[in-house]
Design a protein around this ligand. Sequence first.
Ligand code: NAP
Length: 326
Amino acid sequence: MKKRALVTGITGQDGPYLAKLLLEKNYDVYGLLPRRSKQDFYNLNYLSIKKDVEYVVGDVTDYNCMHKVISKIKPHEVYNLAAQSFVGNSWELSSVTSDINAFGPLNILNAIKNVDEKIKFYQASTSELYGNSCEKIQNENTKFEPSSPYAIAKLYAYWMTVNFRKSYNMFCTNGILFNHESPIRGIEFVTRKISDGVAQIKCGKQKYLTLGNLDAKRDWGFAGDYVEAMWLMMQAEKPDDFVVATNTQFSIRDFLRLAFKEVNISNWEQYIKINKDFKRPVDVNSLCGNYNKAKNTLGWVPKTSFKELVQLMVREDLKRHEKQNI
Ligand code: NAP
């Protein structure tokens, strides 16, 4: 019998990569589509899977709807990727962020419990839970110090996931994913802003890139690699929480240097403007993850290097902008 998976956040970055992987593994994939005035399938089209996914209208903030969707599909696995995922906006949108990122997962967990406790649940947890942690490298035992409304809402969902696992013996797992990027990363995120901006500068469409703190350091991986870890977590013998990362760290400055190198621009600093207003009320300065537990338990390792990731993103944006020029 074919397995059925419900993926929330199907139109985002990770949803399409995960759906593609699940389709390759012969799942029937159902994507939850929240009501929008204009539906955007760009990312699903980019991976050529739009027509292979079955869509169900729904919103994670609505318990009745999630109960109905889960009763109807009876999925074997639910991957909750839906979120207000932009940390920078979470101060202005703190209530919305909490509704989607904290109570959304709670609605799904309750719906699963009421429909069929055997349905497996994956929660998209995040390295932002660590915030400005004192530990240089973070793993599953590192103390959480969330520093934004986004991370605080995600912390609630993290603990609810653990709590449902412990209280009801349900298969609930947290993937604590460090930053992961791709050519379909949202344009508001710094990596994509850079890859797109560099491509536009190369094509003469844009003069400058305006950025905030160039010294923030992150552990950056490729989304295509990370969705494999999500799936592996759901196939594990027992549910648990796993860090997914690369154990390497680079600054935004490093990203810029490589991105401009890809388009043969060496004097890249002259194209950068710094806007201090981009600074967040609390900035997370440095994150780097130890993925040993995922490696030892799931056999997962990242495949794409930082350099390859930057090259891929810049090449794809350049291709798009060059095509639009014709
Ligand atoms: P993303 O591109 O921002 O996608 C978020 C998705 O959630 C979109 O499809 C969005 O649909 C959907 N969504 C928003 N509100 C919803 C609602 N109320 N009900 C149903 N769907 C809703 O995020 P991503 O980069 O793919 O990340 C996937 C998940 O991993 C998120 O939970 C994120 O917080 C988490 N995460 C991401 C990273 C990373 O580096 N990418 C790292 C750690 C954790 P619309 O576009 O129509 O609003």
